[in-house]
Design a binder for this molecule. Structure first.
Ligand SMILES: [Zn+2]
Length: 141
């Protein structure tokens, strides 16, 4: 979803009835919760909560997307194969050494991002040196 997350529809009949329709643009057409009728007097008070719900929903979607595109491996050959296949975010134990990252980038054009501690394994999947963190490697676009 891009741009404005919430649309407010007010037609002539709505005005007569004193209502408006809040339309969540992060929901599909006719999906549950996409549209909600709100009293005009309450609409200003409704908006912050609606925006928070949208924010939470987008965050959950992004998290699910990341998780479904993340592959964890402890095998060096598989690591380089997955990078070559542009399989997504490859999660490995990593040594954090500049030379190691340069070698991975040279071989696959992938770079590290989002380091987390501690490492789940004692050795770096990419080079075999002692690992100090978990890192995602992915192609840079
Ligand atoms: Zn390494």
């Amino acid at each position: 979803m891009r741009g404005v997350p919430l649309r407010i529809e007010i037609g002539a009949r709505d005005l007569e009835a004193g209502v408006a329709t809040l339309v969540r643009r992060d929901r599909a057409f006719k999906e549950e919760g996409q549209k909600r009728t709100v009293a005009l007097a309450a609409i200003v008070a409704e908006i912050p909560g609606a925006l928070e719900e949208i924010q939470a929903s987008l965050f959950a979607q992004a998290k699910a997307f990341l998780e479904s595109h993340t592959i964890s491996t402890s095998d060096r050959v598989e690591f380089f194969r997955l990078l070559e296949e542009r399989a997504g975010m490859i999660d490995i134990a990593w040594c954090e050494r500049t030379e190691c990252e340069a070698a991975v980038k040279e071989a696959s054009s992938a770079t590290s991002r989002n380091l987390r501690r501690p490492a789940r394994s004692a050795t770096c999947v990419a080079c075999g040196e002692p690992a100090t963190a978990q890192a995602y490697f992915a192609q840079s676009y």
